[in-house]
Write a protein that binds this ligand. Sequence first.
Ligand code: FAD
Length: 458
Amino acid sequence: MSDYDAIIIGTGQAGPFLAWRLAAAGMKVAIAERKRFGGTCVNDGCTPTKTLVASAYAAHLARRAADYGVMVGRDVGVDMKRVKARKDAIVTEFSEGVRKGLEATENITVHAGHARFRSSHEVAVGDARLTAPRIFINVGGRATVPAIPGLDKVPYLTNTSMMDVDFLPRHLLIAGGSYIGLEFGQMYRRFGSAVTIIEMAPRLIQNEDEDVSAAVHDILAREGIDIRLNAKCISVTKRGDGIAMTLDCAKGAPEVVGSHLLLAVGRRPNTDDLGLDAAGVARDERGFITVDDALQTNVPGIWALGDCNGRGAFTHTSYNDFEIVAANLLDGASRRISDRIPAYALYTDPPLGRAGMTVAQARKAGKRVLVGQRPMTRVARAVEKGESQGFMKIVVDADSKAILGAAILGPGGDEAVHGALDAMYAKAPYTVLQQAMHIHPTVSELVPTILGELKPAE
Ligand SMILES: Cc1cc2nc3c(=O)[nH]c(=O)nc-3n(C[C@H](O)[C@H](O)[C@H](O)COP(=O)(O)OP(=O)(O)OC[C@H]3O[C@@H](n4cnc5c(N)ncnc54)[C@H](O)[C@@H]3O)c2cc1C
């Protein structure tokens, strides 16, 4: 039995940072990890996908070189083994950095293995029995494998097994037209695969406003990605050396045949084999650990951070969970999850940067909505870069003058959206941003302009 001041389960985007802060404050900390250090983001999420997106962008730009007057002289080829090797090198550097950083820190003991609660203050990792008055759960999630008829008889890939792919699938079928599916879809199309994205809903990324969905759909379709919507009746069967998927789509043939199948239909929390019942920790019906506004579970002394609490699904929400818990425990603060503003990006090219509410959400919240918007064809920087697909829009409350949200689909949209996000955190009326002088030529310079052209939302 080893006694600690704190036990952390999982080395995702909250655990390691919390371990370092608690250790620096003089606490004796145990941290458990059953797989690779750094969790999903580092090993099979953000880091590898954005590394692969960069390779795909290079291939795309090389093919378009002549548009810029640059003659590359031969067909563009993609060496998938080298693409994967580049990705692996970056992932290993990040993951090993987390492991070595934890192992080298005084006051931190790393336990490799699967952790399970034995009581509200005791955790088993292999043969080790750890006790502490404070336990922090940062176990993340994994890809959902849906109950598609026939799935038990065909091979399929998830975002995790995709990381081992070092060849070019002839025709990649992707079940799921949301963020993960779209990033992989555009990436593999640019590598040279035929790609079909199959989505049950009537549109892609259905949490976004319809104009955003439509613009992203258009960008992907122009690159030759086949998008099949309204796929209400999916089943799969083996067909030769490939996979046939029945769709029952409103448009197009009711079946599509590909060489490989990627499931990108959501994620579920890693809370099913954690011994939560032994600790008395409550979960909701989908398995997410129930937490209050300060990340505390129903059991005093146990917190849940990151994707496993269902209050965020991003690296930055998990990291923000760490900041909230650390500030409340160590700095005497009373920070809350509800103080944060939703923000995220879709890393297609061009990327979509999103902050706050969509127009639909603002309307649903009963706001009188004003919108300023402009296509990227009227943004000098986008035109100069030869990347003028997409558009930008800002959503404003006509009564309070508060900025409610923003969507920037265009070059650097993931960066440019932070101007609106920070103004929202500052609780500044839109007029402050409207009168700001921005740098020319940038995508951001049009934010003040469109705020001067607000109109009631259509
Ligand atoms: C393909 C893909 C792309 C993504 N892209 C982005 C992006 O661009 N931007 C973004 O913000 N987010 C992105 N995400 C989401 C992001 O990866 C997660 O939100 C983020 O990793 C937060 O995770 P976490 O801290 O909750 O835990 P995780 O990162 O999931 O880590 C949990 C860790 O706990 C360990 N663990 C689990 N159970 C146990 C146990 N019982 N004992 C010991 N260890 C255990 C796991 O092995 C894992 O290492 C992406 C996700 C995917 C799948």
